[in-house]
Design a binder for this molecule. Structure first.
Ligand SMILES: [Zn+2]
Length: 372
């Protein structure tokens, strides 16, 4: 529909009432939008035209040509979806017309079929993925979605329905299947691995575990679990198995136990911390060091109660170890203070820090093994 100024001028001459003038003004604005142009056609000022347009509340509205079965109607601007390629930033038709038009259109079998085919094309799938990713990564879109979800799921009915849907066996099965596939993807694995290994994530996890472990119900459950005969037997068996097969394991356990003893003397403990965080070397480095000092006949197989032990040249008892951070701890456990020694020789030194007996090992297995 075009704006013909001269036609309006002619029609203006035939107008008798104010209402008729307003009807004509409404039509003029619908076709022209330019207040100054309309003022010229009506032979008045733009201020007066603006005043009447405000009276018609037309600035908050937009004309939808589809409304009323094609007769058209003024709808509030918030009834229109956005379209940034239009000068007023809104779509041509109001939401309800767009929706019903879309519904009618997409209800046609041939359109349905064609659309389905279009959607299943690999290039469409790819393009949609890109579009969605871009669209939903915008902060305003994230905000809108958050708001929407919050509102949607705050509805108790929806919540109930959602719970029910999720608890159905087929939904559980589908979720399992999906998760299995999702988490087996290499890039996903990499992503989570990286996320988990960030210092702040490690810290957060520690904090969480600490809090979780300190809960009375957790303590109670753990106590109950570890008091079960079969559980204790299983742990003992696993501990012994590892003790006898992993040569680094007895070493670590012994050191851990002796550190604990030395701290106990000073009325403190490891505070549940791992020695490996405080020793200035790795277990492997310690093993290399000890091996380099092996006396004839020493092997990792006879690192035992009746074989050789890790000996402190300057005995542990001569240090005052108050924590694993203190200097005395570092000195006591420095590589240069450690050497392998046959047990006979060790006994003659008669310091009270002895290696573990089988019985002590049994007792230890419960506490120590669980920490890893
Ligand atoms: Zn409409």
């Amino acid at each position: 529909m075009k704006w013909h100024k001269h036609v309006f001028k002619e029609r203006l001459l035939k107008i008798n009432t104010r209402d008729e003038a307003l009807v004509l003004l409404e039509e003029a604005y619908r076709k022209c939008f330019d207040v100054n142009e309309i003022a010229l056609a009506f032979n008045t000022t733009s201020d007066i035209i603006t005043k009447y347009l405000i009276e018609l509340d037309i600035f908050n509205k937009k004309f939808c040509y589809k409304c009323d079965d094609g007769a058209g109607a003024w709808c509030n601007k918030d009834q229109f979806s956005k379209n940034s390629s239009h000068t007023d930033g809104l779509r041509s038709n109001c939401k309800s017309c767009t929706n019903s038009h879309g519904k009618q259109y997409y209800a046609k079998p041939e359109v349905k079929e064609a659309h389905k085919e279009y959607l299943s094309k690999p290039e469409t799938i790819e393009a949609r993925k890109v579009w969605y990713k871009e669209y939903y990564s915008k902060p305003e879109a994230i905000e809108v979605r958050k708001e929407y979800h919050k509102e949607y799921y705050s509805n108790p009915e929806v919540n109930e329905r959602e719970k029910e849907r999720r608890s159905k066996p087929e939904a559980i099965e589908a979720r399992k299947e999906y998760n299995k596939e999702y988490y087996s993807k290499l890039e996903i694995k990499e992503y989570y691995k990286e996320r988990r290994s960030k210092p702040e994530a490690i810290e957060a996890r520690k904090e969480y575990n600490k809090e979780y472990r300190s809960k009375p119900e957790t303590k109670e459950a753990r106590k109950e679990y570890y008091s079960r005969y079969e559980v204790r037997e299983r742990i003992k068996a696993r501990f012994k198995e590892r003790y006898n097969t992993d040569i680094a394991f007895p070493l670590r356990i012994n050191i851990s136990s002796r550190v604990n003893q030395s701290l106990k003397v000073n009325n403190t403990s490891k505070m549940g911390k791992s020695i490996s965080e405080y020793l200035p070397y790795t277990i492997q480095e310690l093993m290399n060091h000890l091996e380099s000092k092996f006396l004839p006949g020493m092997t990792w197989d006879n690192h035992s109660y009746y074989g050789w032990h890790v000996d402190h040249k300057k005995p542990v008892s001569s240090f005052k170890i108050t924590s694993m951070e203190c200097e005395e701890f570092q000195e006591c456990w420095a590589l240069k203070n450690l050497q392998p020694l046959w047990s006979d020789d060790n006994w003659t030194k008669s310091n009270k820090y002895e290696e573990l007996t089988d019985e002590e090992l049994d007792n230890l297995s419960n506490e120590e093994f669980l920490k890893d």
